[in-house]
Design a protein around this ligand. Structure first.
Ligand code: 2DE
Ligand code: MG
Ligand code: MG
Ligand code: MG
Length: 334
């Protein structure tokens, strides 16, 4: 069917995500070349060879023009998800004051916050153009919703009402708030783009649901692991700052699970981590707790659900690729 391989390609291009560093080298990002540069504008001209610049951005062997299993619209979709993803990282590094991304200085460090924000905005504009050219209102609505969801998730993280200082008590709501935020900031892009890939493949409603469920569960697992690695892996290995979440005052899964078992953490969690001391104390409590283990276990549950979701897909290399993607998410160290 025309959906399994397209889903894999879509996810592969995310796995080898275009980085702000690669982005800088690409004229279409308008960062190191003015947006008025003819080369930049080529792809905005509908009569130009279709998306030549966008297509050349791919550096994934699974992502070649000769791949007859993939419809042109599905290839465009993979590019669109990549553009949205990269835009969100450009903005994320500004919001998080990150110094590095994929083992290189992040765009905000290299070019400053203003350029990084504009570059992200530009990519969203380009994604919108590419989306409009698909002439598929359902897919357009899905991906436009993803953009809104990314912002909603980031907003929930900023508000962080689950650790209201007047009520620093762990409840089941604490975890569900975190999971909803995680869906919005990470799983929405993966799940809705998997759904869109299936829709473009003109398959059955059941397959569309299965594709969505796979992406949702994989996305949740991905961010849980991301939040775990923030505690367990060095910045050098991660290629981006480690220990950043606590530093930013963010209560992610490892801390929330630690808090559940050690209510005294509430005193720390209930307010912004004010000083070095607080951050260090919280880090030690998390390290001594089963918070990291519980985070990994929950990620594994989601991965199992993702694999289960596609169990009805016909056997193929691409299906195995989707399963391997799950295994890789659990094994990754960066
Ligand atoms: C990753 O979280 C962030 C994902 C969503 C960011 C969304 C923003 C809203 P992390 P890492 C910034 C704007 C959205 C647009 C422009 C579409 O844990 O650890 O901070 O990789 O990621 O820094
Ligand atoms: Mg970040
Ligand atoms: Mg962030
Ligand atoms: Mg992170």
């Amino acid at each position: 069917g025309k959906y399994v391989r397209p889903m894999l390609v879509l996810l592969m291009s995310r796995a080898t995500a275009l980085t702000p560093q690669v982005a800088r080298e690409r004229s279409i990002y308008g960062v190191n070349k003015p947006i008025t540069d003819p080369e930049v504008l080529t792809d905005l001209n509908p009569s130009a060879p279709q998306y030549s610049t966008l297509s050349s951005m791919s550096h994934d062997s699974a992502y070649t023009q000769e791949d007859s299993d993939i419809l042109p619209s599905q290839r465009r979709l993979a590019e669109i998800t990549e553009l949205i993803h990269t835009a969100s990282l450009l903005h994320d590094d500004v919001i998080d004051h990150s110094q590095s991304r994929r083992s290189a200085p992040s765009a905000n460090i290299e070019f400053g916050n203003k350029m990084a924000v504009l570059a992200g905005d530009f990519l969203l504009g380009r994604a919108s153009v590419a989306l409009a050219r698909l002439r598929d209102p359902e897919v357009t609505e899905l991906l436009a919703t993803v953009i809104a969801n990314l912002v909603e998730g980031e907003f929930m993280q900023l508000k962080n009402t689950a650790r209201d200082e007047k009520n620093p008590v762990w409840t089941e709501d604490t975890l569900s708030y975190y999971l909803q935020k995680t869906y919005l900031k990470s799983a929405s892009l993966i799940s809705k783009s998997c759904r869109a890939a299936a829709i473009l493949g003109q398959t059955t409603p059941e397959v569309v649901e299965a594709a969505y469920s796979y992406g949702k569960n994989l996305g949740l697992a991905f961010q849980l692991v991301d939040d775990m690695l923030d505690y367990t892996v060095s910045g050098a290995e991660l290629g981006k700052p480690a220990g950043a979440d606590l530093e930013l005052g963010l209560a992610t899964a490892p801390l929330l699970f630690a808090w559940k078992d050690n209510k005294s953490l509430g005193k720390l969690v209930g307010r912004k981590f004010s000083g070095e001391g607080d951050v260090q104390t919280a880090r030690e409590i998390v390290a001594d707790s089963s918070g990291l283990e519980q985070t990994r276990a929950l990620a594994q549950e989601y991965v199992d659900k993702a694999i289960e979701a596609i169990s009805g897909f016909p056997e193929s290399e691409a299906k195995h690729g989707l399963i391997e993607m799950c295994t890789k998410v659990m094994k990754r160290r960066k």
